[in-house]
Write a protein that binds this ligand. Structure first.
Ligand code: RIB
Ligand code: CA
Length: 325
């Protein structure tokens, strides 16, 4: 049997974070080691409860879940419940989990899991799907954990447009300092880093009919939940199909051939009045003369996702949720 890829998700569950957890927990090629939580789409207590609820429905109660930062490093928290519902997960009326999370802070759970992996000669793929507050705190506090990280593939940022503002994607906008620290620390520590941003995020889509099939096949179970999450988004945006969102980033770990990435220098804008939180992706040809650029080249080179096999990932997500992969 081929070796499974060990992964940890850092989430702000979140309708599409739930889609991501469902996929990571069911894909045969992935070994979900832990899920850590951060305030973002919803306040932290809601994120933790939603995450535990998804894992309860999956029957994956052995996966440790820890609560982390309840606010950005500098900014005041601004959630996205207008997108994700009052409870942060679509107000589906599912019985909320009554389990308690792991007593450790998310940063401590990440530290312990990554050090254990390093000791065992393994490396874990870290998949942040939320503001990167926990990950910034982790890498600055315990830089030795880099020995246990294969790579970071984060959902956030964009090479083109924003969504939280005209310039900035929500996860980076929510905590720009954290995103800047994660990019800087990854370069310092030699951790390969990939950006699954808005350039590809919306493209893998599931139709209302496919959501209905999932709900009919397994109303109380994981497939039913997955269908309800997609149907919620279709209602919310009055569309016939909805993105799998954060789950696409996890698909890209399970099936990297479906994502076209280009290594490009990236910085996070921390100062701009209208551009704070923008990921400034440098597409220039660096063989030219840069002596007149006062900023120079970013030291951080990120594998930026610029194209995606969207239909392939949508099918992969559906098959995995149905139990086929
Ligand atoms: O910017 C897209 C938002 O929806 C992010 O919070 C992402 O993680 C998803 O939940
Ligand atoms: Ca998210």
């Amino acid at each position: 049997m081929p070796t499974r890829i060990p992964v940890i998700l850092d989430v702000d569950t979140g309708v599409d974070d739930a889609c991501a957890i469902l996929f990571a927990a069911r894909h045969h090629g992935l070994d979900l080691r832990a899920v850590t939580c951060v305030g973002g789409n919803a306040p932290l207590p809601d994120v933790v409860r939603n995450t535990l609820t998804v894992l309860d429905i999956l029957g994956r109660t052995e996966v440790p879940v820890a609560a982390g930062a309840d606010r950005p490093l500098l900014e005041d928290p601004v959630d996205a419940r207008h997108v994700h519902g009052a409870d942060g997960m679509g107000d589906l009326g599912r019985t909320p989990s009554t389990r308690r999370p792991d007593p450790r802070h998310a940063v401590e759970l990440l530290r312990d899991a990554l050090r254990a992996a390093a000791t065992a000669g393994e490396r874990i793929t870290l998949i942040p799907l939320a503001p990167m507050t926990n990950i910034a705190l982790l890498l600055r506090t315990y830089p030795d954990v880099a020995q246990g990280i294969a790579r970071i593939l984060f959902m956030g940022g964009s090479a083109a447009t924003g969504n939280a503002t005209a310039s900035a994607e929500f996860n980076v906008f929510h905590d720009p300092e954290a995103a800047a620290i994660v990019l800087d620390a990854s370069a310092d520590l030699g951790i390969p880093i990939s950006m699954y941003g808005l350039d590809v995020f919306y493209r893998p889509r599931i139709t209302r009919e496919q959501a209905a099939e999932l709900m009919a096949a397994d109303p109380a179970g994981p497939a039913g939940l997955a269908g309800e999450l997609i149907a919620f988004q279709c209602r919310r945006f009055a569309t016939d199909a909805a993105t799998i969102g954060d789950a696409g980033a996890v698909c890209a770990v399970a099936n990297p051939e479906g994502l076209r990435t280009t290594p490009l220098p990236v910085r996070v804008e921390l100062a701009g009045r209208y551009t704070r939180g923008r990921t400034v992706v440098d597409h220039r040809d660096w063989s030219g003369d840069l002596t007149h650029d006062p900023h120079g080249q970013s030291d951080v080179v990120v594998d930026v996702a610029l194209d995606i096999a969207a239909e392939r990932y949508a099918a992969l997500w559906l098959d995995t949720i149905r139990g086929g992969r």
